[in-house]
Design a protein around this ligand. Structure first.
Ligand code: MTE
Length: 322
């Protein structure tokens, strides 16, 4: 993902690991150089892992959460594959605010303080609200759903999310009929999240859906995973789960939701719109310049599976695109 700048050799390589790691080393070098020149900023930042690697930190419970997790599983959503091991899913993450290596977020994301946390929901709505995450947990119909996640980088996982349907939140604020899209935004705390010091990237991370996509029954706001509150590396305290779209659409650690009447630019469409399009539905028939999209590798087991159109969720969403 991070290697959004095209290079010819990447386009011909089918190898998933080597070109990316080579790029990431280069990117880290460039970032490191830029940071070195920003002596004051670098000194202020004082980076370093806050927890030892190879543990699974980031899970904290308050009283509200203790009364919610684990939530009842919705039997509508069954998996066609084994669930991904929690330790694997929680140590191989994309969360570029906290580093470009998959092993970075489990360490660095623990710096993010997720309480108190408010989500501002506004724009073209009749009842704009700024809601405290714990009040949201008490108000929403919380359930557990087993979903697949397919990353555009051709890896996949299957995890139990806890949370609520996005449409339940939208009902609370009453969208106006002029709203066509829903824009979402992650926090902006560059001194906590080193990745956001990369001033040449369009932070804060943003994503967006059409209003019809946001209202779809499988569009989910996750507050938990594996029967407990979300760990920071997965996007605590609240993240999106849109399982028929490539993983980059599932924005983490949301602070703002805005209903608008235009198609917003997003983090990835701004960086490289030709590779990361707005709709980004999982589609084995459309190859990505750098990753095969007709097959995927399961995290942990390494099993190779054929990628399904809409990641297998066509019965819920295909009609949105007819
Ligand atoms: N959200 C934010 N704020 N920042 C990110 O870098 N990465 C995206 C998505 N959400 C990302 C994000 C990508 S590329 C993927 S594949 C998924 O999160 C990964 O989710 P996971 O780490 O919980 O598996």
């Amino acid at each position: 993902m991070a290697n959004y700048i095209k290079k010819k050799d990447w386009q011909i390589s089918e190898n998933l690991a080597t070109p990316e790691s080579a790029y990431l080393r280069r990117r880290e070098f460039i970032q490191g150089t830029a940071l070195t020149s920003l002596v004051t900023v670098g000194a202020l930042y004082g980076c370093g892992p806050s927890t030892p690697p190879n543990s699974l930190p980031g899970v904290e419970w308050n009283d509200t959460e203790k009364s919610i997790y684990p939530a009842k599983r919705n039997s509508e959503f069954e998996l066609d594959r084994p669930m991904t091991d929690e330790k694997i899913a929680g140590t191989y993450n994309n969360f570029y605010e906290f580093g470009t290596d998959k092993a970075d977020p489990v360490n660095y994301a623990q710096k993010l303080n997720t309480r108190p946390w408010k989500v501002e929901v506004g724009g073209l709505v009749n009842k704009p609200k700024t809601i405290d995450i714990d009040d949201l947990l008490k108000t929403m119909p919380i359930e557990e759903r087993l979903y697949r996640l397919r990353c555009v980088e051709a890896w996949a996982m299957a995890v139990p999310w806890t949370g609520f349907a996005f449409k339940e939140l939208l009902k609370l604020v009453e969208p106006k009929s002029s709203a066509t899209h829903v824009k979402m935004e992650t926090f902006y705390q560059p001194f906590t999240a080193q990745g956001q010091l990369a001033f040449w990237e369009p932070w804060a991370y943003t994503e967006a859906l059409t209003i019809e996509e946001a209202m779809n029954e499988i569009t989910f706001l996750a507050t938990g995973i594996y029967g407990h509150p979300l760990s920071n590396q997965h996007g605590a305290p609240i993240r999106l789960a849109v399982p028929w779209k490539y993983g980059f659409k599932s924005i983490k650690s949301i602070v703002k939701i805005e209903l608008v009447d235009y198609k917003p630019m997003t983090f990835w469409t701004t960086l490289q719109g030709l590779e990361y399009d707005f709709t980004a539905n999982v589609n084995p028939g459309i190859p990505h310049p750098r990753w095969p999209q007709n097959r995927e590798k399961m995290l942990g087991t390494g099993a190779i599976r054929a990628t399904m159109p809409y990641n297998g969720y066509g019965k819920y969403v295909a009609q949105l695109y007819s």
